[in-house]
Design a protein around this ligand. Structure first.
Ligand SMILES: Cc1ncc(C[n+]2csc(CCOP(=O)(O)OP(=O)(O)O)c2C)c(N)n1
Ligand SMILES: [Mg+2]
Length: 209
C-alpha cells in the first residue's frame, strides 16, 4: 500500500481545485474525480511501492493515492499539467490520449517479467478508453503473454457525456482476467457550468471537465 490519504482528504483536494478553477486561477482543462473514492482506495491497497501506475486525463486521485504530495500536484495543475501528470519517483505516468498508456503498460509489464521482478503495472482507463482499438491490442498482449499488468476500467457510463448504450447499443465485451471494472456515479459532470471569466484579458470558458 502506497499512501494512507483518506477519502475526505481526496474530496477536499478536488473541491479546492474546483474553486481555483472557478476563480479562473487555472485557465487549462482539468478533469475532476469524485464519487469513486471508496473504489479507488480499495484498489490502491493492492498497489505496492515500486509498481508502475498508468493513469488518464482524470489523474488527480490516482496521483494522490500513489503517494504523490497534494502540494506538488496542485503546483502541476496550476502549471497546466493536469492532463499529463508525471512523477518519475513514483513510477507514475498519465496520458490524455484515451487508453494512451495501455501499450506502454504492456511494454513495462513485459520488461518486469523478463527481469523476474515482483513489481506490477496498473493501467487505468475510462469506459471511453475501453472503446479504443489500442486498448484491445494491449489487453490481448498482456493476457496472451501472462504479463504482470492489470487494467482497470473506471466505468462512469459516459465518454464526455455520451452513455455506453448511445455509443455501442447493447454491446458488452467480455475481457480476460487482466481487466477489472468498477462502476461509479461521478460527482462532477464532464462538461461544465458554461460560465465565462476574464483571465489576463482573455475570455475563458469555465466548466468542470
Ligand atoms: C484517442 C482519443 N480520442 C478522443 C479523445 C477526446 N476525449 C477526451 S476525454 C473523452 C471521453 C473520455 O471518457 P472516458 O475514457 O470514459 O473517461 P471519463 O472522462 O468518463 O472518466 C474523449 C472522447 C481523446 N482524448 N483521445
Ligand atoms: Mg467514462
Amino acid at each position: 500500500m502506497r499512501n494512507k490519504i483518506i477519502k475526505d482528504e481526496l474530496i477536499v483536494f478536488e473541491e479546492r481545485i474546483a474553486r481555483l478553477f472557478e476563480q479562473a486561477q487555472i485557465p487549462y482543462p482539468i478533469h475532476l474525480s469524485g464519487g469513486n473514492e471508496d473504489q479507488l482506495i480499495e484498489i490502491f491497497k493492492e498497489i505496492n511501492e515500486g509498481d508502475y501506475i498508468f493513469s488518464t486525463h482524470r489523474s488527480h486521485y490516482h496521483y494522490l493515492l500513489a503517494g504523490g504530495s497534494p502540494e506538488n500536484l496542485e503546483k502541476m495543475i496550476l502549471q497546466g499539467k493536469s492532463m499529463h501528470i508525471y512523477d518519475k519517483h513514483l513510477n507514475f505516468l498519465s496520458s490524455s490520449i484515451l487508453a494512451g498508456c495501455s501499450g506502454i503498460a504492456a511494454g513495462v509489464a513485459l520488461a518486469l517479467k523478463r527481469k523476474n521482478s515482483n513489481k506490477k503495472a496498473w493501467c487505468f482507463v475510462g469506459d471511453g478508453g475501453e472503446d479504443e482499438g489500442h486498448f484491445y491490442e494491449a489487453v490481448k498482449y498482456v493476457d496472451g503473454h501472462d504479463l504482470p499488468c492489470t487494467f482497470i476500467i473506471e466505468d462512469n457510463n459516459r465518454s464526455v457525456e455520451t452513455s455506453k448504450e448511445a455509443r455501442y447499443g447493447k454491446s458488452e465485451i467480455k475481457w480476460p482476467k487482466c481487466v477489472r471494472r468498477y462502476h461509479y456515479v461521478p460527482t462532477y459532470p464532464h462538461v461544465g457550468t458554461g460560465k465565462w471569466v476574464n483571465f489576463s484579458g482573455i475570455k475563458v470558458g469555465m466548466g468542470w471537465m
